[in-house]
Design a protein. Sequence first.
Length: 364
Amino acid sequence: MTGRTPRLNRLRRVAPEGRGGRSGDARDSRDARGARGGRPRRRGAQPKVVALGGGMGLSASLAALRRITGDLTAVVTVADDGGSSGRLRDELGVLPPGDLRKALAALCGDDDWGQTWARVIQHRFQTEGDLHGHAVGNVLIVALWEQLGDHVQALDLVGRLLGAHGRVLPMSAVPLELQALVKGHDPDRPDDVDTVRGQATVALTQGEVQSVHLVPHDPPAVPEAVAAVLDADWVVLGPGSWFSSVMPHLLVPELLDALTATKARRVLSLNLVPQPGETEGFSPQRHLEVLARHAPKLALDVVLADTAAVPDRESLTEAAKGFGAAVELAPVARTDGTPRHDPELLAAAYDRIFRMHGRIGPWR
């Protein structure tokens, strides 16, 4: 399978001093040259975008981003241990394929071919036997991993089969376990802090998550994922389950190094509502405070939030300043009352951000 990527001393770009590695002068100079470190952007070229996350949050972001660029890479968490993914992981020792499958489905086109394959790979068997609950796409991905012996090559092949509008990569080459320190995980001991193991358990905890970490603590990043971040024009983090889908990327040292060193601009997309259990009662600004505790050197350029989800814009603006970021509010939620992103509205918000904050000319 894919191996370890050299750390920061081998990265092709070196971050200047300061939080997140960028000063105003360096940023303005980069803007004048183009977003990829000195190569002038060809007129009409599309932005290179990398989206990081997992689950339905990443799927929502990808469904929007594929509408505005044809140069899109998803970097997906591999800490899932529940459902079909958990069963395959336990039985075969493979990376959990579920979030990778969801990302591939989100990148399928809106034509008959794309939508048919999206339904096929998302289909779950309903049976009294061992196949019950398994998703077709999970089985297909694992089969190709076993046939080809290479995570990236197999996912690229599935993407070509589906006609996916982008590439899907795992963030690490080894299965990861998410662990969290949680206060009040046991309702009978509300003041005690316990170690909670497993992404599925962390996501459903009724306690207050204090911090998260990965096991192993220094997992290898997939080299292609690091290279994509370093070569991007924009990196999008979120939305999604904050502790179990968004922040794990910041706990892979080589990925965090790349996110800090990249010349790309970085946008953080906030959730529409707090997640029951994992971020119950969180304000938009508290999401940023938690992120800062886990990745204090990370810089952002834009924090995107739904207009109706921010009751206190001033507090969010202050929290965003700690990352060097501007706040952009836009209507990005579906109008049916469900807490889901509308792909067209989210695409419009991303497109406006890329144009307003990139300052490097039109892509289309």
